[in-house]
Design a protein around this ligand. Structure first.
Ligand code: SF4
Length: 588
């Protein structure tokens, strides 16, 4: 049954006794102050027995706080358990007595699994935005200016070449076949003459062949492919016996599909036998252990294997307002509008405009935003045409459907069957006689200029980015870069878990902690400001008490002297009293 902890702490809890030692302004102290405010046990009631049977669970609000601490400290489950048991800072943040060991490692893992399965991690993230409203960090119902960006996440699965990828796939299938027959993996492999796949760390490393010899390499590959084919035939036979819908059949089917996927994407069947496919297959799976990983690239030279984190940041408050996890090979702009809508929902505010980099500046994304009546400010990617004039050197007027080239000549408009403008063509003879021809045309004929389906939107964007009005947008976009850097600090460059769903959980937790640390810093700055103001009032009051009352009417603070000293003794709490009242727990 659901375990609950009281909103009010007792004298014996660490946050009552050691908050000052750990630091009220630290993240741990900040979390301690949010007890009963950030997470409430009742909000997780669906994870527990509705009839209230069984022993009370570890309070879920405590486990949720532990997951935040784990993200903040970037520690493993094992280390998280150790810290909850022995680290004073964690005990203060969790609000537990010093001697208490609050949860087992498996309890924390089970709670996290519940959050992932029930898609509840998003609610934890939304809590950080609600808290920002409650604490006055942001104003409710204001207009948002959102900045969007992405960063890469390295996948959890090992990335291997085709030989080892096939070997991994074979081991996956063997493991499932071994489970069906309830035998050890090594035994199942040995029975089929496939022992080398389970005994060797690397099939390539184990194979004693001359890797400079193409024939020997091809022979090894054909042997591996033949083994894989043979296993897949066996999988079909065993599944026919098992019957569908069983757990064993599901796992066997999944293993067989992964092995088949590797064969399909990396192997070409030719007359002379199986060979490696040339080039990289579209949507290639680089790891059988994390089949959702993909080859991605952030630039022409920066490549990675894994996923992409996509985030939206409110440029004014710097809060992360929405996150999404894309496939590693997905365009950055995938689902950009959905991300903006999610940010609006999470923040309970309307987005006035969206700012992004040129990866979001393609015509299709602009059209999606324009159709939704939204403003998207993103640079148009620079067009290049090797050593010749790019398209942007030509003046295209869509209203008059004319195009003027750098030599001042006008092209002839060309239309599609539907009578929409497709482009312009400059006459062969005009270009042949042109002194700029060597800088404009590489072939023999005249120059052609294509008109983009979203040419008008692209022209508007180019005009804006060349004007001084674009400068504020450049600065606004820095907010999202800073928040991505913070997320990388919190460990999102490397996926902790296999699969996109769990990696999204990791991203949501990191975004929640990033927002909360922002609020903690704001609260600490507010406390310091209050203390400074209180100290100033006290100093002024002390000065007034020590000084004789002025007799001269020219005394500059004659009225203030009386009021301040009187207030300091009666109405105004001392800064120490104020601080204690604000942070101390009710008495036991
Ligand atoms: S080559 Fe043709 S299109 Fe290019 S500048 Fe000369 S006239 Fe214009």
């Amino acid at each position: 049954m659901l375990g609950r902890r009281p909103d009010q702490g007792s004298f014996f809890e660490a946050d009552t006794q050691y908050l000052e030692s750990v630091g009220k302004e630290s993240f741990y102290g900040f979390l301690a102050g949010l007890r009963g405010q950030l997470f409430r046990d009742e909000e997780f009631a669906t994870f527990y027995d509705k009839q209230g049977r069984g022993r009370p669970s570890v309070p879920p609000s405590l486990l949720a706080t532990a997951l935040l601490l784990q993200t903040y400290d970037r520690v493993s489950d094992d280390e998280a358990k150790q810290r909850a048991d022995f680290d004073l800072r964690w005990k203060v943040a969790l609000g537990i007595p010093i001697e208490r060991h609050p949860f087992a490692k498996s309890t924390l893992q089970l709670f996290r699994a519940q959050l992932v399965v029930h898609d509840e991690a998003r609610k934890l993230f939304q809590k950080s935005l609600r808290l920002a409203q409650q604490q006055g960090y942001v104003v409710r119902n204001r207009k948002l200016r959102l900045a969007l960006d992405t960063t890469n996440i390295l996948g959890r699965g090992a990335v291997k070449d085709t030989y080892n990828l096939l070997a991994d796939g074979i081991v996956l299938v063997l493991r499932q076949l071994a489970q069906v027959r309830a035998v050890e993996l090594a035994e199942a492999a040995g029975e089929r003459g496939l022992g080398r796949y389970v005994s060797a760390r690397s099939i390539k490393g184990e194979a004693e062949l001359d890797w400079d010899n193409a024939k020997e390499r091809a022979r090894l590959l054909r042997e591996i492919v033949a083994d894989a084919d043979r296993l897949l035939v066996e999988v079909r036979e065993v599944r026919a016996i098992l019957g569908e819908d069983g757990a064993q059949d599901g796992a066997l089917k999944q293993a067989g599909e992964r092995l088949s996927q590797v064969l399909l994407q990396d192997i070409e069947r030719r007359e002379e036998g199986a060979t490696l496919r040339e080039g990289v297959a579209k949507d290639r799976m680089p790891s059988v252990h994390d089949p959702e990983m993909r080859h991605g690239h952030k630039s022409a030279h920066k490549r990675f294997d894994g996923h992409k984190a996509q985030i939206a940041v409110d440029t004014e408050s710097q809060l992360i307002t929405a996150v999404a996890l894309l496939a590693g090979n997905a365009p950055d702009s995938s689902g950009a509008l959905a991300l903006v809508e999610a940010a609006e929902k999470n923040s309970e505010a309307e987005a006035a405009e969206t700012v992004a980099d040129c990866a979001f500046g393609d015509g299709a994304t602009r059209q999606v935003f324009a159709d939704a009546g939204r403003s998207l400010v993103a640079k148009v990617a620079v067009t290049r045409n090797r050593d010749c004039f790019p398209k942007t050197s030509f003046r295209i007027d869509l209203a008059t459907e004319t195009c003027v080239c750098p030599a001042g000549k006008t092209g002839v408009a060309r239309y599609s069957k539907e009578h929409t403008l497709r482009g312009f063509r400059f006459a062969d003879e005009t270009c042949a006689a042109c002194p700029l021809r060597s800088q404009c045309v590489r072939g023999r004929g005249g120059r052609s200029i294509a008109v983009h389906p979203q040419e008008a939107l692209l022209q508007q964007a180019r005009a804006l980015q060349q004007s001084p009005a674009f400068q504020p947008y450049k600065r606004a976009r820095q907010a999202v870069e800073h928040r991505l850097a913070r997320l990388v600090q919190l460990g999102i460059r490397q996926a902790r878990y296999v699969g996109r769903r769990k990696t999204l959980f990791q991203l949501l937790m990191a975004a929640t902690v990033a927002n909360l640390t922002l609020l903690a810093g704001h609260a600490a700055a507010g406390n310091r400001q209050s203390l400074l103001e209180g100290a100033f009032v006290l100093a002024l009051a002390a000065l007034c008490i020590a000084s004789p009352l002025p007799k001269s009417p020219l005394w500059p603070i004659v009225g203030l002297t009386h009021r301040s000293s009187a207030q300091a003794r009666t109405d105004q709490p001392s800064p120490h009293r104020f601080a204690k009242t604000a942070h101390s727990r009710p008495h036991f």
